[in-house]
Write a protein that binds this ligand. Sequence first.
Ligand code: PXP
Length: 252
Amino acid sequence: MPLTHADTPLRLGVNIDHVATLRNARGGRDPDPVRAALLAQQAGADGITLHLREDRRHIVDADLPAIMAAVSLPINFEMAATAEMQAIALAHKPHAVCIVPERREERTTEGGLAVAGETARLGAFIAPLAAAGSRVSLFIAPDEAQVEAAAAVGAQVVELHVGAYCDYCAEGDEEARDAELRKLFSAAALAQDLGLEVHAGHGLNFDNVGPIAAIPELVELNIGHFLLGEAVFVGLEAAIREMRRQMNLARM
Ligand code: PXP
């Protein structure tokens, strides 16, 4: 039994939220997130990720069943821990549900979930989702207390928030970047020791993905905004294939 997954290719979950952002900018149907999901599948994505936010600023309710019906890939449904979202997840039973913190005024998911302060509520919240057959993932900062709390509440997966690492990369702050990377390495190792599957995401691009993809315990990366931006210039398929190539390179 290998102790790490470094010898296996990393799964790439493609987040297609921002195809819907563009669609919603004009109303109507174009560009269609279903078409993007099908193209991502063709380009070698291992899963499709979508985040139904409370304010429906990108993905809307009808997108989830439409995408589930169109693609054969596993669907990772990101949502806040609210009764409304729980009912939607229970109605559709996606392969995975990733619980994320959500604040109406934020531009994107800005931090990790405060699992450690909310174990009773989150434990009760995720139990029916797991019982319905969805793999439950918690989106957390690379912090020991949050990893331990995620294991304690019965999550099967943690997705480590790499946003701070990506910000330090963009700012060129090498010291802070390396400190954050060390946190990510040790959170991933702890999570695996506690029996959790480890994913990561938020803010990844061609420049910063290498060191993250090299974290041996990682099984999946979820990437959206950069891929969609890159797609404007080279097409979605080419952007996904290049990301896959860089992930595989970092894994060698
Ligand atoms: N993973 C989670 C849990 C997220 O909330 C997001 C952003 O919605 C992503 C991954 C993808 O982040 P990005 O769009 O920056 O690649």
